[in-house]
Every structure is written in C-alpha cells, then in structure tokens.
Ligand binder design. Structure first.
Ligand SMILES: [Zn+2]
Length: 434
C-alpha cells in the first residue's frame, strides 16, 4: 500500500529526581518554588564559579543504561555544547559529546528490536515564560531548573510507526519509575520527547531527517508523527525535495509547522569541559550499581504470566507500577486465593482502589464475593414464601411472560441477602411454577 518506508528515531530527555543539582549543591527539587530562589553562582553561570559532578546522578544514569542493556563506558567525559539562548546563562550547556556514559544497547519488543545508540549525562536549562501585560509582550526567566540533572537517550532509527514509538516510550517511562530515578511526568516536563522522521522509497536511510520538538504527551506525539508522515508523503509524491529541519505540531490544524532549519553538530562548537574531571569507572563501580537493578517490568510481566497464569493484558496492567505489582504478589502469598481471581478483582473492581493492606483486601473480598447458599431445602422454603406473596407475578409467568422469573429470583435474593446460588434458585423456581 505505502510507497515509502517510514523511518523514526527518538531522543528522550529525562530529568532526574536527585536531592541536588548536577554541578552544584542547589536543591534538585525546583518545582513550584519562588522564581530564582533556587540558584547559586555555579548554576547562574557567574564568572569563576567551579562545577563539581553529582555522583548519585551519574549512578542513576548508569542504572538507566543497564536497564536497556547498554555498554557502560569506563572512561567518559563532559563537553561544552555552545548556543545562545536567554535560559542558558553560561551560553553553553554541560553535556557529553563523543564519549557518552552509556554506549550501545538493545531491547526486544513485540514489534521488533530497538537499538539504543547512547545515553548521556547533561544538565537542564532555565525556564522561559512569555507574557503579555497591557499589550506589552515580555519574557520572564527562572533559573531554578538550571543545572538539574538530565539524561538523554538516543535510539537508532528502528521504528516504523507511531504506535511502536508510543509502546517503546511508555516502557521507558515505566522503567525510570521502577528505578525510582524520575517521575517522568510529561506534563511537568520531566520527560520530553523528540522524534526524527524521514521517508525512504527503497528502505535505505535518506539524507535528511525532520525533527519534531516540543511534544508533551503520547497522544500529541502520535498525532504529530502521523501528520508529519503524511506531509512528507505528499511532498515526495509531488517531487519536492525534503530538507533537514525542526518542526512543531499544531494540534488544532493537525499539521506540523517549520520552526527552524536544523543546526549541525559543528554549529555547537563542542569542546571538552576544562573544569570537570573525566568519569573513570572500575568494574567494581559498575557492579555496585548493577546490584541495585530491580526486576524490570518486562521480566516481571512474563513471570506473572507463567507463574500465576494471568493473561498478558492483566500482567501488563499489574506491572504498571512497582507498588501495584508488589501488592499483587503479596496478596497471592498471604491470601492463598487463586491469583487469577485476585488479579481480576484488583483490575475490574473499583472498590479496591487505594487498598494497600491484606486485611483491607480480605474484608472487601468477602463482601464482594459472598459464599453462596445452596441448601436446597432452605431455598425451596423461601421460594414458596416468595411465590405466595407474589401471586400476580406467578399468574403472568403462567400466561407466558417467562421473564418475570428474573423478578422472582431478585425477591429470593433479597430474603437471603444476595447469597442464594442463582442457578439453584432458578431451577427450584421453574420446578415449582410448572
Ligand atoms: Zn546552583
């Protein structure tokens, strides 16, 4: 059907939740603080201020890399990436260029393999807010976020559809939450997405890619990718040459719009950061971080399917977050109930929302699953009483309105507080009525 192969690669920025910033002692928790109250000479880029690297942030980035099977570099270094923008007081961002902390990795998904090209350590910028007051436009800058640790993951162009991209990114989000290193909240900006898209007539990598930026939800990303693929398809069909550029997404018109023609690496004038030592790691350092790796969501999901017999869909929902998965396993162990039954109760019944103890679960479970009364003599007695009291319903039934049996079963249930075995009750009713 399609004349072109869609080729998509991703860049994902994740802000870490460390106590302090990447290169100074300011707090890493800047959210909702008074603007510019969480700063110091280092993160304001004042002359002479010396940065020092956050060990915990580097360990977290290694942990993230290990979760995706990345090779961890024993020698990596920081570089200055230069560009001018009002939210960047130093006029350069400390990042990693040719020697990133985490190298190649690979991850298997239902739709195929995703190769990770690299994951590197860098710092966040400040935040600009554009306002208009009495017709005058101005921009406000807040440096509270400036210098907060950021990890950037770059994938190879291994995706061919927006759906596969979303599946992968939801997994990335789940992993960082399992690791406890970020809340990866797109609305707050602690997870930011960029997609590079090109179309190929013959499957080979084209000489351009269009970078989609400023995407803050999975839904938005799916719409943006689909709109961009359509635009490129139409352009190629009409013989137009596509160029390297950055585009944003107009949600209302469902179209992507040009932002700027893309810079190349040489525009950033990268060079080694002279104020920071290289990161040198031993096998022992890396193993120490590896020992902190929890069971990852994919492994947990497969284990839930094989050990507890729950469906793929249920296993996926149960492993959505680590607390939920742990609670499920705890219940299986403590209640001795059928794991499939526990899973379906937790997933389908709203009454369990917010429940976090075994006792509370048991209490609700007993209320929601009353043991059924199947004592035939007892039910027969109550059925007779109900028939006695509902002569007109009996008459209707005899006249052929068989559906009134539902009403009669309901009356029996009322007498037995919902505990009558419905199949048994129906059988007894039918017997007595005929
Ligand atoms: Zn600072």
């Amino acid at each position: 059907m399609n004349k072109y192969k869609t080729i998509i690669g991703l860049e994902v920025h994740i802000e870490q939740n460390t106590e302090s910033k990447m290169f100074c002692r300011c707090s890493g928790r800047y959210f909702e603080k008074e603007p510019n109250s969480n700063t110091c000479p280092v993160c304001l880029g004042l002359p002479g201020a010396m940065p020092f690297a956050n060990r915990k942030a580097i360990q977290n980035t290694i942990l993230f890399g290990l979760s995706f099977g990345c090779e961890i570099a024993k020698y990596s270094k920081f570089d200055r990436k230069h560009y001018f923008y009002p939210d960047l007081p130093k006029s350069f961002q400390i990042s990693q260029y040719d020697l990133p902390l985490c190298g190649e990795g690979v991850c298997e998904f239902g739709f195929g393999k995703v190769r990770i090209k690299r994951i590197h350590q860098e710092e966040d910028t400040g935040k600009l807010t554009h306002i208009e007051e009495a017709g005058a436009k101005s921009s406000l800058v807040d440096f509270n976020r400036s210098g907060v640790p950021l990890m950037e993951m770059v994938t190879e162009p291994d995706f061919t559809s927006a759906d596969d991209v979303v599946t992968f990114l939801k997994y990335v989000q789940k992993v960082v939450r399992y690791l406890g290193i970020s809340d990866a909240d797109m609305e707050k900006g602690s997870m930011r997405l960029e997609a590079n898209i090109s179309l190929s007539p013959d499957g080979s990598l084209p000489d351009y890619k269009v970078e989609l930026k400023n995407i803050n939800s999975f839904k938005f990303l799916k719409g943006a990718i689909e709109a961009e693929v359509k635009r490129q398809e139409e352009a190629l069909n009409s013989g137009e040459k596509l160029i390297q550029e950055t585009r944003g997404y107009d949600q209302v018109r469902k179209k992507t719009v040009r932002q700027r023609v893309k810079e190349t690496a040489s525009d950033y004038r990268y060079f080694p950061e002279p104020d920071l030592l290289p990161i040198v790691l031993t096998d022992k350092d890396i193993d120490e971080v590896r020992s902190r790796l929890p069971e990852l969501p994919i492994a947990k999901q497969l284990r839930f399917e094989s050990s507890f017999g729950v469906s793929v869909q249920y296993a996926e929902l149960l492993t959505e977050d680590r607390d939920k998965a742990d609670f499920f396993e705890h219940l299986v162990k403590e209640t001795k109930l059928d794991p499939k039954k526990i899973a379906s109760e937790l997933i389908n019944n709203k009454n369990y929302e917010g429940v976090s103890s075994v006792e509370e679960f048991k209490r609700i479970f007993e209320r929601e699953n009353p043991t059924l009364e199947s004592d035939i003599d007892l039910i027969t007695g109550i059925v007779s009483k109900v028939l006695e009291a509902n002569q007109d319903a009996v008459a209707k039934y005899k006249a052929g309105k068989l559906e009134v049996i539902g009403f009669l079963i309901g009356q029996v249930q009322r007498e037995l507080k919902g505990k009558a075995d419905p199949a048994e009750t129906k059988k007894i009713l039918e017997n007595l009525l005929s």
